[in-house]
Design a protein around this ligand. Structure first.
Ligand code: NAI
Length: 336
C-alpha cells in the first residue's frame, strides 16, 4: 500500500522503516514533516492509507478530502483518538485504526524518574555541580520507603507504576471506578478519590482524559491533599487545572510538581521553539518554580515503545490491505 505518514520526525522514519523492512517491505512509506490539517490533507493524494500522530487533526473536512482521493485507512500511531471525527470517518467509509497499548512500563518508569528527580533535586544538583557548587543546602529529600503513593487509574500504566513503587517499600492507595482484582493480591487498597487525596504523600495520575475527568485536580481537590504533597501527571494535561496548581505551588500547598503533559501542549511540545518567545504565561510561571519538573510528553519515548508502535501500525495496515479490516480498529461504538 502507498502510505502518507504525517508529522514525522527522524525517529518515526527510522522505526517505521525498520518495521516495514522486517516485514518484507510490503508498503511504500511517504514521510511528511507536515502536521495533518485541512491545508495539508491534499498531500495524501495517491495514498490508500494515512498514518497520523497525536497532534494531527482528522476532522470531517480532512476525512472528506481523504475519501475523495481514495484514502481508505487512517492508521494512528497512538492509543488516543480524540483528534479524529469518528462519526465522519464512518460516514465517509474511512477505517480508523490505533495502537491500543505499546509500553505501559515506559510511561510508568518515566513517572518514577520524575518522582526521584523531584525528591532528590537531581536537575538542580546537576546544575550546581557543573557550576562548581557542591553545597547541599536546598537539596534535602525524603525516603520513599514507607511513604504513601496514591494512584489515580489502575489500568495498564497505573498498575505498572504501582508495582514499581511497591518495590520501593511504599504503601499504595488506588482509585479507579473499575477495580483490578490483581491489586488486592499486591496489597493495594482501593479508596474513594477524596481518601486517596487526603492520605497520599505522592499522587500520580494515570486515568484517561474525558468529560468526567477534566480538571479532576482543581482547587477543591488540592485543598483535600496533604500539605507539601508531590503531584505527578504523565497522563493528559486536561486532568489538571494548571492555574489552580500554580496558586497551590505559590502557597506551598503543593511541595513538588512533575508534569509530562500540559493542557495547552499542542502549541509547544514536540518542536524546537528555543528561538521563539514563549507566549504562554501559565507555562512560563510553572518554569520559575525550583520544585517543578516538566518534560515534553516524552514518557512513551523508549526504543521498545517506538518499536511496538511501528510494528502494530504496520500490522494494522497489512491486515487492512489483506482483509479490509485493521487489527485494532477504533470501535464505532465509541462514537459519541
Ligand atoms: P488504560 O485504559 O489501561 O487505564 C486507564 C484506567 O483509568 C482504567 O482502569 C480506567 O478504569 C481508569 N479510570 C477511568 N476514569 C477514571 C477516574 N475518573 N478515576 C480514576 N480512574 C479512572 O490506560 P493506560 O494505557 O494505563 O493509559 C493511562 C493514560 O496514560 C492514558 O489516558 C493516556 O492518555 C496516558 N498516556 C500518556 C503517555 C505519555 O507519553 N505521557 C503515553 C501513553 C499513555
Amino acid at each position: 500500500m502507498q502510505i502518507a505518514v504525517f508529522s514525522t520526525k527522524p525517529y518515526d522514519q527510522s522505526f517505521l522503516t525498520a518495521a516495514n523492512v522486517a516485514a518484507g517491505s510490503p508498503h511504500a512509506l511517504h514521510f511528511l514533516e507536515a502536521r495533518l490539517t485541512a491545508d495539508t490533507a491534499v498531500l495524501a493524494e495517491g495514498a490508500q492509507a494515512v498514518c497520523a500522530f497525536v497532534n494531527d487533526r482528522a476532522d470531517a473536512g480532512v476525512l472528506a478530502q481523504f475519501a475523495r482521493s481514495g484514502v481508505r485507512l487512517l492508521a494512528l500511531r497512538s492509543a488516543g483518538f480524540n483528534n479524529v471525527d469518528l462519526a465522519a470517518a464512518r460516514r465517509l467509509g474511512v477505517t480508523v485504526a490505533r495502537v491500543p497499548a505499546y509500553s505501559p512500563r515506559a510511561v510508568a518508569e518515566h513517572t518514577v524518574a520524575m518522582i526521584l528527580g523531584l525528591n532528590r533535586h537531581i536537575p538542580r544538583a546537576h546544575a550546581r555541580v557543573r557550576d562548581g557548587n557542591f553545597a547541599l543546602d536546598g537539596l534535602l529529600g525524603f525516603d520513599l520507603h514507607g511513604r504513601t503513593v496514591g494512584v489515580v487509574g489502575t489500568g495498564r500504566i497505573g498498575i505498572a507504576f504501582a508495582r514499581i513503587m511497591l518495590g520501593f517499600g511504599c504503601k499504595v492507595l488506588a482509585h479507579d471506578p473499575v477495580q483490578d482484582p490483581a491489586c488486592a493480591g499486591l496489597g493495594i487498597g482501593y479508596v474513594p478519590l477524596d481518601a486517596l487525596l487526603a492520605g497520599s504523600d505522592i499522587i500520580s495520575l494515570h486515568c484517561p482524559l474525558s468529560p468526567a475527568t477534566h480538571h479532576l485536580i482543581d482547587a477543591a481537590a488540592i485543598a483535600r491533599m496533604r500539605p507539601g504533597v508531590m503531584l505527578i501527571n504523565t497522563s493528559r494535561g486536561g486532568l489538571v487545572d494548571t492555574p489552580a496548581v500554580v496558586e497551590a505551588l505559590k502557597a506551598g500547598a503543593i511541595g513538588h510538581l512533575g508534569l509530562d503533559v500540559y493542557e495547552e501542549e499542542a502549541d509547544l511540545f514536540f518542536e524546537d521553539l528555543s528561538d521563539h518567545l514563549l507566549q504562554d504565561d501559565v507555562f512560563a510561571r510553572l518554569l520559575t518554580f525550583p520544585n517543578v519538573l516538566i518534560t515534553g510528553h516524552q514518557a512513551f519515548f523508549t526504543a521498545e515503545a517506538l518499536t511496538a508502535i511501528a510494528e502494530t501500525t504496520l500490522a494494522n495496515i497489512s491486515a487492512f490491505a489483506a482483509t479490509g479490516q485493521a487489527l485494532h480498529e477504533v470501535s464505532t461504538e465509541r462514537v459519541v
